[in-house]
Design a protein around this ligand. Sequence first.
Ligand code: AMP
Ligand code: MG
Length: 395
Amino acid sequence: MVSVAEASQIIQSVKVKVNKVSIPVEQVTGRVLAERIFADRDLPPFNRVAMDGIAINSKSFKAQQQFKLENIQPAGAPQTELQQPEACIEVMTGAVLPGGTDAVIRYEDVVIRNGYATIQLREVAAGMNIHKQGSDAKKEDILLEPGQVLSPAEISLLASVGKTQVTVFDFPLTAIISSGDELVDISVLPEPHQIRRSNIYAVQAAMMELGWRGDGYHLHDNKEMMKDKLRELLAHYDILILSGGVSKGKFDFIPEVLNSLGIEKLFHQVSQKPGKPFWFGKSAEGKIVFALPGNPVSTFLCFYRYVKPWMLMTMDVVVKKSQAILSADVTFKPSLTYFLQVSLRNDNGRLMADPTPGGGSGDFANLKNVDGFIELPAERNVFKAGEVFDFYAFR
Ligand code: AMP
Ligand code: MG
């Protein structure tokens, strides 16, 4: 048995080769960038008018002076030039600042009558209401680095530099495999002694949030059949994520079968609750096997605690640690790390974690009531309201 920290460290030290793939920018949400993105021109690329109004030469400003409206500079038109320094040009947001001008006065601060503008301000400063060329980024500056998870903010940058196709990390071939004779396909009406195999759908959905696809399979609790099927899957897939069959039951054959297929056990059992029977290993050829305990809550928590951070790490993503404040005293007697399910509540800007443990590792209906779990260390039994703990988010 290993500790949570040891299990985590062992998993993080196992490397897998991730590929790169070029996909349309419309499809990159949630994917991880695998190339550097440079500014192809200054941002903004010209001195950009930031307000609708008039542009003047600030040196010629005097209070109550009337500026002749000499021209108009709409957005999307080539740059015009102020002919007389004492005149002005009407300018629109997004337009190029006309040559010879250095300040923009908003329409709100101007009275226009008979072709002349009078500025209702005491002072006019050079540069006002102008978004200066290159002030956000210079041409050739790095805008985004590999390892960046692509969210709407990054997508606007990709679009602004004309990236129609973006190189993102592509996941290794992954199979998600449930096991157990009691489990039936979700399209089948279960007999009274059967249940639907929901776990692989949960894992597939959690993976999909990262743009990671996995093919679903099912194994019966029969050693020989398991061995044949797993041998076949190991020949094709780089990563296997199994759920079930790793505990102490008479039909929990997975560790033995994986061992017989040349998958080296890196650990079996983690001092944690839920998810203690977790098994992890790899083969000499670099195949990686996460064999998660089958109880739905265990599978789910182990995915978020170990598999997801590992996958992000392999794609160079710097995972920001989340923490939350425990809102009530909790006692947990066993010498195990306790993954306590919590729902989050914002209390005047403080992120409070309300314990919502549900009915144990089989109670997957509870997962809809929680936002994630906090990790309560194994060395302690009493945890006080107000203490801060690491938080792992489901949503
Ligand atoms: P096991 O780890 O195989 O001993 O399974 C532990 C419990 O989780 C049993 O009650 C199983 O029926 C249940 N279970 C295992 N796999 C799944 C699955 N894919 N979907 C739903 N429940 C499962
Ligand atoms: Mg089973």
